[in-house]
Ligand binder design. Structure first.
Ligand code: COA
Length: 187
């Protein structure tokens, strides 16, 4: 939790979309965060939590954001967690994470996952490293269309039991459904 009581996390509103869009995409170039287009941020604004600091003049300075994506009662994912460089180290990141975890708890989600390059940051909130294949919903949602699919340097982490079900994509491909390639006569 932030030691400064003026730093507070709260659910995002549509009027936060531009700040979220600018900040998330400022770190998407090097792959730290997944790129989000503006329409996607607006459409999913209810997933986002933002953190602001109240100024003595009564204004609110935008410090950062994060999102909780719900796959179902079995799994949610923490995404797009970021604090502006000039406001890091003030507890704003923890403020957002704690709010997102509380939200997952309100929904009684069994497990929360995330993919990250900085696993040590998430360990202090009880996340542990897991096999990425253990989160098939995440793979179907993002990884399959990601240009870094075969060069991914992110670590999968989970808090709670590994999900036993998936709601996205085929659960398994039945052998009779596999199509045999007909290569004869193609040259
Ligand atoms: C990760 C990030 C959100 C942390 O935000 P922050 O506001 O600086 O974090 P806090 O001030 O709440 O720090 C909380 C604790 O985490 C530690 N911490 C912060 N960044 C860390 C990092 N990169 N690695 C390990 N620990 C880290 C802090 O030292 C602090 O520990 P303490 O409570 O023992 O002092 C921020 O550094 C950031 O935006 N990074 C770039 C985006 C990114 O990598 N996001 C994660 C994508 S999955």
């Amino acid at each position: 939790m932030a030691s400064d009581p003026n730093i507070r996390a709260h659910k995002a509103r549509l009027q936060d979309a531009q700040d979220i869009y600018d900040l998330v995409n400022s770190l998407s170039g090097d792959g730290t965060l997944l790129r989000r287009n503006y329409a996607e941020v607006c459409e999913n604004i209810r997933d986002f939590t933002v953190v602001h600091r109240a100024t003595p003049e009564g204004d609110q300075t935008f410090l950062g954001c994060g999102a909780l994506h719900l796959y179902g009662p079995h799994l949610a994912e923490i995404r797009s967690i970021v604090v502006k460089p000039e406001f890091r180290g003030l507890g704003a990141g923890d403020e957002v994470l704690e709010a997102l975890m509380a939200e997952a708890e309100e929904h009684k989600v069994l497990s929360v996952c995330l993919f990250t390059r900085i696993p040590t940051y998430f360990e202090h909130l009880g996340f542990r490293v897991a096999e990425r294949d253990a989160m098939p919903d995440k793979i179907y949602k993002d990884c399959q269309t990601c240009p870094r699919l075969y060069a991914c340097d992110e670590v999968a982490m989970v808090k709670g039991p590994l999900p036993k079900i998936a709601v996205l994509g085929p659960r398994e491909v039945q052998k009779p459904q596999l199509v045999q390639l007909q290569l004869t006569g193609t040259r």
